[in-house]
Design a protein around this ligand. Structure first.
Ligand code: SF4
Length: 395
């Protein structure tokens, strides 16, 4: 229809994605690669009632049948994010940088901050989200390994999240005019594609994820739950600060579905004060506390969706509270069973530093894996001075 009203959330600019993806997988010139976010597996397991351990190989088999050439796990890029974000945190602690450092991997939260609380932006980690870090790795590194021109590598994200569609279209997430992530599908989109193409996950033979980025850590997997990013960062910080290998990996204080969690963790001689919030009302309350000087934390994790990405709007809606609890459980069980528990132990993450990036937080990392934020305030007195910014159109 011809809609002339302005939609404050940008939802009216959402356009169907599936035709673009079908077109790409049928284009013989393109190498089509998928990444699957941590929280997708929990919803997928629930929807099709498959074993948690089989979800990723089954999903990978289905995507290959659809025509994808390579399938990777966004948890790999979550590990990379922790290398960068954990190092950023330790350097802010050591050099008296802006604290608390606040996570920036949820684009709905970043968007909220840019519009409603630009004074908080210096607290945000400069790290791109795992989705966007993986996009940069694809176009700047993997394309070279394959000997493919970056514009002929078509990278599709499978996310629990509609805000990720907007994130992928942000102009800063392009390299030489080529988007790092070409298209974002939600879990619901993939379920629809499987239905349209008569792909039944119950009869698929599992296919392992592709090499090179095939190994992921438990720390990357728990990114899908509220508190997971903070815990993954702690697993890095603890080893870096104490100089010792960890014996236990669980930080119970940041786990669970409560909208606000606070805990203090002792690392050697120092203490790290953490807050984990999910839900935008809780985030707004936290902003108010930071403004009034009543937020005595070093590190804060914020997710817009209550409970984190497991409850994202691109996942099927949980019908019962117990569904959400089970999704959480799935991620923590996969973490417990993982052969690698910390991001720094991921061998292919170590390889990418050896082969390309050098050190975490290096100049190359900064260029490829970090970003900046800017005020996008909608307040009346500022819109009078500045022309209104065009929101990117989401296709
Ligand atoms: Fe998307 Fe929600 Fe996760 Fe934020 S918390 S990244 S909005 S699914």
């Amino acid at each position: 229809g011809h809609c002339t009203t302005v939609c404050p959330t940008g939802a009216l600019t959402l356009k169907p994605t599936l035709p673009h993806v079908y077109r790409a997988i049928h284009d013989p010139e393109l190498t089509v690669v998928a990444q699957i976010a941590p929280a997708v597996r929990a919803a997928f397991r629930e929807y099709y009632a498959i074993d948690a351990a089989d979800v990723m190989p089954v999903l990978s088999a289905g995507l290959k049948q659809l025509g994808f050439d390579y399938v990777f796990d966004t948890c790999w890029a979550a590990d990379l994010t922790i290398m960068e974000e954990g190092t950023e945190f330790l350097s802010r602690l050591a050099e008296g940088g802006v604290l608390p450092q606040i996570t920036s991997c949820c684009p709905a939260w970043v968007n909220y901050c840019e519009k409603m609380a630009p004074d908080i932006l210096p607290h945000l980690s400069s790290c791109k989200s795992p989705q966007q870090m993986f996009g940069a790795v694809m176009k700047q590194y993997f394309a070279k390994q394959l000997n493919v021109r970056p514009e002929l590598l078509y990278f599709v994200s499978i996310m629990p999240c509609n805000a990720k569609k907007y994130e992928a279209k942000r102009p800063e997430f392009q390299t030489d005019g080529i988007p790092d992530v070409d298209m974002v599908l939600t879990t619901n989109d993939v379920i629809a594609m499987f239905r349209e193409r008569h792909i039944d996950p119950h009869v698929l033979s599992p296919v392992p994820l592709d090499d090179l980025f095939g190994k992921v850590s438990g720390a990357g997997i728990i990114f899908g739950a509220s508190g997971g990013v903070a815990e993954a960062a702690l697993r890095l910080a603890a080893e870096r600060v104490t100089g010792r290998r960890m014996e236990g990996f669980a930080y119970e204080g940041v786990r669970g579905l409560q909208g606000v969690k606070e805990t203090t963790v002792v690392l050697g001689d120092s203490q790290v004060r953490l807050a984990v919030v999910s839900g935008l009302q809780n985030a707004q309350n936290l902003i108010d506390r930071i403004r009034s000087g009543d937020a005595p934390y070093d590190l804060i994790e914020v997710m817009a969706c209550p409970g984190g990405c497991i409850n994202g709007s691109g996942n099927p809606a949980p019908l019962l509270t117990s569904d959400t609890e089970q999704r959480l459980d799935v991620l923590y069980r996969l973490d417990e069973d993982a052969a690698i528990r910390t991001s720094q132990d991921n061998p292919s993450v170590q390889d990418i530093y050896a082969n390309w990036l050098g050190q975490p937080y290096s100049e190359i990392s900064h260029h490829a894996l970090h970003t900046t934020y800017r005020r996008r305030s909608m307040r009346v007195q500022e819109t009078a001075e500045k022309p209104r910014e065009q929101m990117p159109v989401i296709e």
